[in-house]
Design a protein around this ligand. Structure first.
Ligand code: MN
Ligand code: MN
Length: 472
């Protein structure tokens, strides 16, 4: 980073520079070349956002891209040497990429762990029904959403259906301009007097999140449920599935619009699901470009973070620990010793200060758009409940790492004390006796169908993960 103004400074200014930590807007302190690199880095990121909107799609995208860069599927029987590039696919919903280091696992591994699930509407096990000549899907929302944000906008259907015989069908409908899409209806303001007088939590409920999928009946006037029948007939024609197959399916409704540049200056990107695909993408790009690290490095893309990380594809399960143990055993190291020497960046987003909602933030301890990657020492709620509070020693290491590599960073807490709270996968990884701290990208409108990040911050996240992997 170069400070642009080089005018003679007063004693107070010099002292201030020496003693105070000041926030730095990347647009003012980075070289123009670096800002250009950030803009360029974000072009393929937008394509990724449009291509991979669910955890399954991210796993598919990432494995395909990694294979081109020499990654092969992990085989516990094989012996790996420094420089080898491997991946472990957990049920097509979570994945670990690793590059074997010169020291193997002797001194611990370095982990960047992001999540690839985002808030959305999942279809219920038996979703299809007809009411008053309209066909609809019942949904069960996934993750922390403000329900009123989801009606009256185009939704696309993504997911996978597994038939009884094990055969599968992948569904992506609503993304291409020529595709039909779907929608939750909203109430017209003329008749919404009662709805509008309710609190925002009660104005639109989970059971109101019904998705409109058709209106034309099967042309036969003797039966009931003719619209449902006609829609099921069309679904059967297109995907060769019957109603019972919905039970063995994972179908998700996500916003149908693509990622877009935001602002006259195109400095930001608006898109569905930056949280946490922005850290997943940057941590993944970092390991793709990581050639011969000292230690073995891992990019872990987990599932289920938005619902608490439980389940066998979430980071509260053992899959990452088992993978590291398998590597340690190969190197004739004791797995628990490898874990205790390992370090991790929990790669997740934080809430960027929003002047429209300034009252929920503490300005001195918030993160800001364009101020670089944000280090979050602890998340949680109340008196630091439900979190991993990174230790001072590890914080110092990370500061030194970022400063010495000229990565623009800032520190941020999630809102005011007792203002609410949240968590990440950091605490589950810390529970394995690994040093971990949250590091990621500031986001405006987090968990809304259209979230916003700054291009400079996205690039700085990539640089942070890369330098973390490459450190001596
Ligand atoms: Mn997240
Ligand atoms: Mn989240």
């Amino acid at each position: 980073m170069i400070i642009m103004s080089k005018k003679d400074k007063s004693e107070a200014e010099k002292l201030r520079d020496e003693l105070f930590l000041s926030r730095k807007n990347g647009c003012l302190v980075l070289e123009e070349e670096e800002i250009k690199k950030a803009d360029e880095f974000c072009e393929p990121y937008k394509k990724f956002l449009n291509k991979a909107k669910t955890e399954r799609e991210v796993v598919e995208y990432a494995i395909k891209a990694a294979k081109k860069e020499g990654f092969t599927e992990f085989d516990v029987e094989k012996k790996y040497k420094a420089g080898d590039r491997i991946y472990y696919n957990n049920r097509n919903k979570a994945v670990i990429f690793a590059v074997v280091g010169k020291d193997k696992t002797k001194n611990g591994v370095r982990i960047a762990a992001a999540h690839i699930d985002s808030p959305r509407l999942d279809l219920k096990p038996f979703p299809l029904y007809e009411k008053n000549d309209l066909a609809l899907f019942k949904t069960h929302y996934y993750g922390g959403i403000k329900k009123y944000q989801w009606p009256a906008m185009p939704l696309a259907l993504h997911g996978k259906v597994v038939r009884k015989d094990g055969s599968t069908v992948n569904v992506t409908l609503g993304e291409d301009a020529g595709d039909p899409c779907f929608c939750v209806t909203d109430l017209l303001p003329h008749l919404a007097g009662e709805q509008m007088s309710k609190t925002m939590v009660k104005g639109f409920t989970g059971e109101d999140l019904n998705v409109l999928i058709g209106s034309r009946p099967f042309r036969d006037d003797k039966e009931s449920d003719l619209v449902k029948l006609n829609i099921m007939r069309l679904i059967h024609e297109k995907y060769n599935i019957v109603e019972a197959d919905f039970l063995s399916a994972e179908l998700n409704l996500v916003p149908a619009f693509p990622a877009r540049d935001i602002g006259f200056d195109r400095s930001m990107i608006g898109a569905y699901g930056h949280d946490d695909r922005v850290c997943a993408y940057t941590a993944f790009e970092a390991i793709l470009h990581c050639k011969s690290p000292e230690r073995t490095v891992l990019t872990v893309l987990g599932d289920k973070e938005e619902v608490g990380s439980d389940g066998n594809t979430g980071l509260n399960s053992e899959f990452m620990r088992y993978f590291i143990a398998d590597l340690a055993i190969q190197d004739k190291e004791e797995p628990r010793h490898v874990l205790s020497k390992s370090t991790c960046l929990s790669a997740d987003v934080n809430a960027a200060f929003d002047p429209t909602y300034a009252s929920v933030y503490e300005p001195g301890n918030s993160c800001y758009i364009n101020n670089g990657v944000v280090i979050t020492k602890y998340t949680g709620h109340g008196g630091k409940y439900d979190t991993s509070d990174a230790c001072a020693e590890y914080m110092a290491e990370i500061r030194e790492l970022l400063d010495s590599n000229k990565v623009l960073w800032q520190s941020g807490e999630l809102g005011k004390v007792d203002g609410g709270g949240g968590g990440t996968v950091a605490k589950f990884i810390a529970n394995l006796n690994i040093d971990v701290v949250d590091l990621g990208v500031p986001v405006l409108s987090m968990h809304a169908p259209f979230e916003i990040v700054s291009k400079i911050d996205v690039y700085m996240a990539y640089r942070a993960f890369y330098e973390f992997f490459m450190q001596k």
